[in-house]
Design a protein around this ligand. Structure first.
Ligand code: AMP
Length: 135
């Protein structure tokens, strides 16, 4: 299947991996909307919330909580959004169900549909290591 997240799960393309269990995978977003932006996905492929299984969404949320906690310890942000997008108007760009874990800073003015801009890969890799230490 031509799905970039399925390829990440299959280790056909690299990622800054944070956590993995039988059902889910968490990794850093390479176009971070904020410092520490991470993604959590079910290993089973579902395009969006309308078709994801109850088991897959449940395990994804549990992993997102774990990742949010580790990011909180690592970065001590002022807030955090857990966000999930479906369809073009919601700016869904990858059709594999996923949750964004978005650390927030006071006054960062982050809006929905924030657009994709590549981050600094060295900084993202270094941050992934720090977050993993807090899992
Ligand atoms: P969405 O716009 O809600 O579909 O979010 C998809 C997210 O996946 C975006 O924030 C992208 O930056 C991110 N993304 C796409 N390809 C990769 C990749 N290879 N590694 C990490 N994050 C990715």
């Amino acid at each position: 299947m031509d799905c970039i997240f399925c390829k990440i799960i299959a280790a056909e393309i690299p990622c800054f991996r944070l956590y993995e269990d039988e059902d889910t995978l968490a990794f850093m977003d390479i176009n971070p909307a904020s410092e520490g932006h991470a993604l959590v996905i079910p290993k089973e492929h579902f395009p969006d919330v309308h078709v994801v299984s109850d088991a897959a969404i449940a395990s994804t949320v549990v992993t997102a909580k774990k990742i949010a906690s580790a990011i909180n310890k690592t970065l001590n942000p002022d807030g955090m959004n857990l966000l999930q997008c479906n369809g073009p108007a919601a700016a869904q760009s990858v059709l594999h169900f996923h949750m964004h874990v978005l650390p927030r800073r006071d006054g960062d003015e982050l809006k929905l549909n924030w657009g994709l801009a590549p981050g600094d890969m060295d900084a993202i890799g270094e941050l992934a290591e720090r977050i993993r230490e807090n899992l």
